[in-house]
Design a protein around this ligand. Structure first.
Ligand code: HDD
Length: 703
């Protein structure tokens, strides 16, 4: 008896029999345990006491009351009752992974931070990518900005770069953050909508906050509908400082650029993915790492001096503004690879505590008022989330260099500091920690003067020029998506005056956009433009702000789905599968039954997914390989018709054999360069690497 041997190898036969007798009284639980097999350590209470029975609480006879003295029951239930900690007030839903950062070009000229000067050194990192508005259990694919936090465990302490996937923010001053978040989160009286900005309180606040117009354009763009977490950019948003050995400061903006290129889904696709797989992004990151296809980003910098900043047509300390790459180019200096999934979600992804105030010698803050407020907020939020000043001792938060100081005690203190001395200066201890004047962190010596007042700088007053620049930089397809997103969101707003006020703002962004939105909302007459505080500048377009322009023609990180059924042609399936795998795609076989399908040659092909639970929204391109008989059967299966119709509607490449064509016809698929016959595999693979943008006008009416 394997189980007895592992539990109690030294027990006598007699004892063993008693044990088995007891086991039989547990119903079939004992038998099921034996079926589970394996060698197991002793199960214990939190105090380390071995547990003999984890299936039954202590009671008086088989049907009697449970006894209060059952400390094993109380230990287990009490711990369980306290398992949850408060979720993050924002960015509650997140996916994290371990990895490394490797510097490829030394920034010694600009900074003394070792992580940015030692080329080739691999610094461990933990990254967490999140949505903003929804709760921890919300879906992965709402229209939302994505957070992109990285904790670098450097030799000089932890450096946290707490970024988003858009380069600008809604507000200019941190004092407005609670209002912004209260407005976007579910409305307090009704507790909905969850994870959605499409409701009255959000647009009420936004329409009364002109400074949010630039970020709103990003929010309404496809940037907020990412295809995968490994296909988003990251932006540190604020200007920071790099400070070198000579104490010279250079301003810097941090950018992450995905190796797989930028890619987004369409709105209709994102909505359907939410139904098909709530964990679409998390699962994708997990599966990529498991498969050794590690998500990777380049770290790039925009570096500029105060003199260069003075010449920019806006204030770089205003977080609602970006610096176009065309004005200050990006310098790629390193790469980050995420190559290890956490061992435990709670211990690592949930307990990781990021803070923009975590910087290291050689990096410093700017006066951006939004950043300055963040320096306070994150530490504070961790105290309420993690409950103690000692949260930096949790393994995921602990620096990987020694920590030594005179801080003591506090709840959940894990360290056992030795000695009599817990103060400094002292003459009683020879090995107590001392400050290190040269290597220690020194703030950049900036000279500041001014009156103490609650005021916004006049240089922050232009709220429309960059919003306009963003819009005119987009392709026509992306402009149509932005206009349609406004129409969708504002159509969910019950109050007419809020819809009208938003259109009044949009008139300051782009006349055509405003008219499209007004028309889409069915407004009788277009309202008047709101008065802008300062004249709106005609900034040049910046193509770097597009997504379509930045998509890579590749199948790496993408997925191809092949729909088969009984009688499908094995050669056609293998031909497509081989070509897609060779191009770097994941390939999944979908069949009406999860057990698989019996192919034309009599062989059984296993399925990766059952048709009803594996719709085409989960793939980037699809193949339909069906026998005549099976296609007739599937004509009556809504999931099969939707599989094709959605792939077509989401502008994906489709290849089909004769049987498959029957479904295409039923789904209303019209011939275009993305619709290919089986046999033309090269053309299918080439079409699968992109989307058929021109098809869109034939499948939906956009604003
Ligand atoms: Fe924030 C979390 C990013 C403005 C206050 N923020 C949080 C996270 C990200 C950002 C990625 C999730 C961290 C994680 O994965 O655990 N936040 C940003 C960016 C901002 C920004 C890029 C503007 C440029 N945030 C911002 C302001 C404030 C906060 C102005 C408050 C004054 N943010 C918080 C917070 C959170 C947070 C309440 C909640 C959980 C946490 O910090 O750890 O402190």
């Amino acid at each position: 008896m394997k189980k007895d041997q592992t539990r109690n190898p030294k027990k006598s036969n007699q004892k063993k029999d008693i044990y088995l007798e007891e086991e039989s009284q547990k119903g079939n639980a004992g038998e099921l345990h034996q079926m589970a097999g394996g060698k197991h350590p002793d199960l214990t209470t939190s105090e380390g006491v071995p547990i003999s029975d984890n299936q039954n609480s202590l009671r008086l006879g088989p049907t009697g009351p449970t006894l209060l003295e059952d400390f094993i029951l109380r230990d287990k239930i009490t711990h369980f009752d306290h398992e949850r900690i408060p979720e993050r007030i924002v960015h509650a839903r997140g996916t994290g992974a371990h990895g490394f950062f490797e510097l490829t070009e030394s920034m010694e000229k600009f900074t003394k931070a070792k992580i940015l000067t030692e080329v080739g050194v691999k610094t461990p990192v933990f990254a967490r990518i999140s949505t903003v508005a929804g709760g921890a259990g919300s879906i992965d694919t709402p229209r939302d900005i994505r957070g992109f936090s990285v904790k670098f465990y450097t030799q000089e302490g932890n450096w946290d770069l707490v970024s988003n996937n858009v380069p600008v923010f809604f507000i200019q001053d941190a004092i407005k953050f609670p209002d912004l978040i209260h407005a976007v989160k579910m409305e307090p009286d009704r507790a909905f909508p969850q994870a959605s900005s499409a409701h009255d309180t959000f647009w009420d606040f936004i329409s009364l906050t002109p400074e949010s117009m630039h970020t709103i354009m990003w929010l309404m763009s496809d940037r907020t509908l990412p295809r995968a977490l490994s296909m988003i950019e990251g932006f540190g948003v604020h200007s920071f400082r790099l400070v070198n050995e000579e104490n010279k400061s250079t301003f810097v903006k941090f950018h992450w650029r995905p190796k797989l290129g930028l890619q987004s889904t369409l709105w209709d696709e994102a909505v359907k993915i939410a139904g098909a797989d709530q964990d679409f992004h998390r699962r994708n990151m997990f599966e990529s790492i498991e498969a050794g296809k590690f998500p990777e980003w380049e770290l790039a910098l925009q570096l500029f001096t105060q003199e260069e900043a003075d010449k920019l047509p806006f204030d770089h300390l205003d977080a609602t503004k970006l610096i176009p790459e065309e004005l200050i180019p990006l310098k790629v200096i390193g790469r980050m690879v995420l190559n290890r999934w956490p061992d435990n979600f709670f211990a690592e992804t949930e307990q990781v505590a990021f803070c923009p105030a975590n910087i290291i010698p050689g990096i410093d803050f700017s006066n951006d008022p939004l950043l300055q407020g963040r320096l306070l907020s994150y530490q504070d939020t961790q105290l309420s989330r993690l409950g103690t000043v000692n949260f930096h001792q949790i393994p995921i938060n602990a620096p990987k260099r020694p920590v030594d100081n005179h801080q003591r005690d506090g709840q959940m203190q894990m360290g056992v500091p030795k000695g009599r001395v817990a103060y400094e200066p002292n003459s009683l201890s020879e090995n107590s920690p001392r400050e290190t004047q040269m290597q220690g962190f020194r703030s950049f010596e900036a000279s500041e003067t001014g009156e103490k007042m609650r005021i916004r700088s006049k240089s922050f007053s232009d709220h429309y020029s960059q919003a306009r620049q963003f819009y005119i930089s987009q392709t026509a397809y992306e402009q149509a998506h932005i206009a349609s997103a406004f129409v969708f969101e504002l159509s969910k707003v019950e109050h007419l005056h809020i819809r009208e006020r938003m259109v009044s703002h949009l008139l300051n962004v782009d006349d055509d956009l405003a008219k499209r939105v007004a028309k889409g909302l069915g407004l009788d007459k277009v309202p008047k433009a709101l008065k802008a505080e300062v004249p709106i500048k005609k900034l040049d377009p910046s193509p770097a702000l597009q997504i379509i322009g930045k998509m890579k023609k590749t199948l790496l990180g993408r997925a191809v789905g092949i729909l088969i059924a009984d009688g499908s042609d094995p050669e056609a399936i293998m031909d497509i599968k081989k070509a897609a795998l060779a191009a770097g795609a994941d390939v999944k076989i979908i069949a009406p039954k999860v057990g698989g399908a019996k192919l034309a040659d009599g062989s059984l092909m296993a399925a990766d997914g059952q048709l009803a639970g594996t719709p085409s929204v989960l793939f980037d391109a699809v193949a339909i390989i069906l026998s005549d008989d099976s296609s007739k059967v599937l004509l009556k299966e809504g999931a099969a018709i939707d599989f094709v119709r959605d792939a077509f509607g989401h502008l994906k490449a489709i290849t089909a054999d004769k049987g498959g064509q029957v479904l295409l016809k039923k789904a209303g698929v019209k011939k275009d360069p993305g619709i290919l016959e089986v046999g033309d595999t090269d053309a299918f693979i080439a079409a699968a690497m992109t989307r058929q943008w021109d098809r869109e006008k034939s499948v939906r009416i956009l604003a």
